[in-house]
Design a protein around this ligand. Sequence first.
Ligand SMILES: [Cu+2]
Length: 257
Amino acid sequence: MPLLSRVIKSKRFRFAPLSAMLPIGLILTGCSSAEMPALGFPRNVTDINDRSLNLWQGAWIAAFIVGGFTALLILYAALKFRRKDESLPVQTRYHLPVEIVWTVIPFLIVAVLFYFTARDESAIIKISPSSVAMHEIKVNGIQWSWQFSYKDANDATVTGTPKAPPTLYIPQGERVRLTLTASDVVHGFWVPAFMMQMQNLPGVQNQFEFTAKKLGSYPGRCNILCGRNHSQMLFTVKVVTPVEYQNYLNSLKGSAA
Ligand SMILES: [Cu+2]
C-alpha cells in the first residue's frame, strides 16, 4: 500500500487532528467577541473599530486553526516516520487526490477571508443619505500637513504646519462624515486607533463616516510616502463632548469673523 494511503487510513491519523481541534471548538463556542482578547487593537473607540475588531479576531482564530493543524501534522509525520533503517521510504508523486486537496483547501481559506473582508469593508465605507443629520468635515492633504474645514462652522478652515500639527475635533456619539481630498500629491489619512485609513487623492473626493465613542486624543498621520517631509504630516484627533464641539465651532466662527 502506498505510504500516503497507509497514513490516511490509519485510525490514529483520523483521530489525532480531530481531538486537537476540540479545544479550539470549545473556545469558539464559549467565547463572545467582547470576551476575546483584542490582540493589540483598541476597543470601542469608534463604530468602525467594533466591526474591524471582529474581522481581526476572526483572522487570528483562522490562523490558529490552520497553523495548529499544520503543526500537528508536521509533528505527527516527524515522529511517526522517523528513519528506522537505511532503506529508502516509499516515494509518492503525482498523487491526484492529494494534489486536488492541497489546491482546494488554500482556495477555500482565501475565499472565506475574502468574503468577510469584502462584507465588512463595504459596510465600513457605506455612505448614508445626506438627509441623515451629521457633521461634515473636509480633510485636505497638503505637502506637508493637513487642513480641516468644518461645514457646521461655515467651512472655517484650520491649516496645520509640520511645526504646528493641527487638531481635528470630533463630537462624541454623533455621526461624522469626512470628505478626503488633496491639493498636490496622494496622501493617506490614517488614525491608527480608529482602525481606518483612506487615501487623499488630488481631484477626487473620498468619503467615509463614523461615530466616535470614546473621549480622548488620538494620534493621526499620513501613511502614503508623499515627499521629503512626509513623516512630519502629523495631526491629533480630539474626541470631545457635543457641547465642547459646539463651543469649538463657535470659536472658529468667531475667529473667522
Ligand atoms: Cu502625506
